[in-house]
Write a protein that binds this ligand. Structure first.
Ligand SMILES: NC(=O)c1ccc[n+]([C@@H]2O[C@H](COP(=O)([O-])OP(=O)(O)OC[C@H]3O[C@@H](n4cnc5c(N)ncnc54)[C@H](O)[C@@H]3O)[C@@H](O)[C@H]2O)c1
Length: 458
């Protein structure tokens, strides 16, 4: 491929943020020496490029994230990071010979300009620290849902992605599934008219993996686990077996985000996409089983969003239920006795109801009204490959942080509201304030462990 250097220089200045200019050497391995030394966004235009990727969190969802991203013909892994040395076994077998690290900071320093992008699949409390540092270094990011552990982190991740001009994708892969894409199309085509209200639910309790209400007695840390690195931004606490690592961290406020955080970014995603939602105006919640350490067993979170061109009136009520709480099934206008799915959303329109199970094809009610209507199934996209393609092709993904940031803010605002049960919080999104409720604002962020603070984007 020949490159016109004058064009390259012009584009370099206009498209490259300053922090990316020092880490260009191998952004994409083109095999074309003329391209070496030029920025990501330019090399990304070369169709022969290979994307050099690091992975943080290598088992659990991390394994499937890496397997999926690695199945793209232009992906190449250059580093794997996990704080538990036992958790490399599967990924090593699938992609042998990739350098391993326990600390993402050491991996970033060692790989330097030899990596272009990172896949972040750790527990929620570490998403922002790992992704923000990568973006600051000009790396593209695929990050698991919920994008962040707090409202403030979601805001910072959106701002940093924009500032660094990197390609991003949140890991709620069902965003790209045929089922959700079909529902979005039906709503936006006006098949049930303008939307009057939405009800979304997930039956899981927020503390069901451990059923604990406070940290248990400590246990000795297994040799394979670096507990200090696992804790990362969180305050020190003693390790205990089978209550945090792996997977069960979800129950704990310090690490996970309960059922709202686990499923909100999945189930509210088609609601956000279909209706073009952004920041809520108000949030109010009630729950059962709230305590100082783990998420409530069950909750209801009521959002009011500003209306959009897809909604009826100037505002839209969206209600979230979890832990066995459910919307009134009669709202769905399903045939008598039809049970609600384990999880999903009911979109109530002027001209009918769209029931969207998580994950299933949308169904329109009442049956008689839509008996002769054929739902055209939209094609699925590959959520993981879409990110790699966006980096290489220099275009946007549909689930980038400009979209996923506000979605995650809304989800985490629900987690703030649930800790002030019965209080209607009026949200000033621009100022990140709750009108007249400054005492609730402390939960928009967290208390970072010394040395693990995340720098705000300036
Ligand atoms: N999109 C989905 O459908 C989906 C499904 C499951 C999980 N998730 C998300 O994926 C993430 C991981 O969840 P999981 O269930 O796999 O958790 P897990 O605890 O089972 O696995 C996390 C992995 O990351 C490693 N790890 C932990 N802290 C680390 C750190 N600081 N640096 C490097 N590695 C670290 C762990 O050792 C482990 O291998 C979460 O954010 C979760 O919400 C998404």
């Amino acid at each position: 491929m020949t490159v016109d250097r004058s064009v390259v220089c012009l584009l370099t200045e206009s498209l490259t943020p300053p922090e990316m200019k020092s880490s260009r050497r191998s952004f994409l391995k083109t095999g074309t020496s003329a391209l070496l030394g030029f920025p990501a966004i330019l090399r990304a235009l070369n169709p022969n490029s290979t994307l050099q990727i690091a992975g943080v969190g290598c088992d659990g969802k991390g394994y499937s994230d890496l397997a999926e991203v690695g199945s793209h013909p232009k992906s190449k892994f250059v580093g794997f990071c996990d704080v538990d040395s036992n958790r490399f076994a599967k990924i090593d077998q699938k992609f042998p010979g990739v350098a391993r690290f326990a600390d993402y900071r050491a991996m970033y320093a060692k790989l330097g300009s030899e990596f272009d992008a990172v896949v972040v699949s750790t527990p929620d409390h570490m998403h922002a620290a790992i992704a923000m540092e990568a973006m600051r270094q000009g790396k593209h990011v695929y990050c698991q849902k919920p994008l962040s552990h707090t409202v403030w982190e979601a805001r910072q991740m959106r701002l940093q992605a924009a500032k660094s001009k990197v390609r991003t994708q949140m890991g709620n892969q069902i965003h790209s599934a045929a089922e959700y894409r079909t529902a979005v199309r039906l709503i936006q085509d006006g098949v049930i008219g303008k939307i009057k209200e939405v009800h979304s639910w997930q039956r899981n309790p927020g503390n069901g993996y451990t059923k604990l209400v406070e940290p248990p007695a400590s246990g000795s840390v297994p040799e394979n686990l670096n507990w200090d690195l696992w804790l990362g931004v969180a305050q020190k606490r003693e390790y205990a077996p089978d209550v945090y690592h792996p997977f069960k961290w979800r129950d704990w406020m310090d690490f996970g985000a309960g059922t709202m955080g686990d499923f909100g970014c999945h189930i509210l995603d088609p609601v956000f996409t279909a209706l073009g939602l952004g920041s809520p105006l108000t949030i109010a919640a009630e729950n059962e089983g709230l305590n100082a350490h783990t998420w409530p067993a069950a909750e209801t979170v009521r959002y009011v969003f500003p209306g959009t061109k897809y909604t009826l009136g100037s505002s839209l009520n969206v209600t979230w239920y979890d832990g066995g709480r459910l919307p009134d099934a009669a709202l769905a206008r399903m045939p008598e006795g039809t049970p609600l799915a384990k999880a999903g959303s009911i979109f109530i329109g002027e001209g009918g109801v769209l029931m969207l199970p998580h994950v299933g094809m949308p169904v329109l009610f009442p049956v008689e009204k839509f008996a002769s209507f054929t739902i055209e199934k939209q094609p699925a996209a590959n959520h993981y490959h879409a990110w790699v393609d966006a980096v290489i092709g220099g275009h946007e993904t549909t689930d980038n942080f400009a979209y996923a940031g506000p979605l995650t803010e809304a989800v985490q605002l629900g987690n703030v509201a649930t800790r002030f049960p019965g209080v209607a919080l009026k949200w000033d999104a621009a100022a990140m304030r709750f009108e007249g409720r400054p005492e609730c604002e402390r939960l928009l962020t967290r208390n970072y462990r010394d040395g693990w603070e995340i720098k705000a984007v300036v």
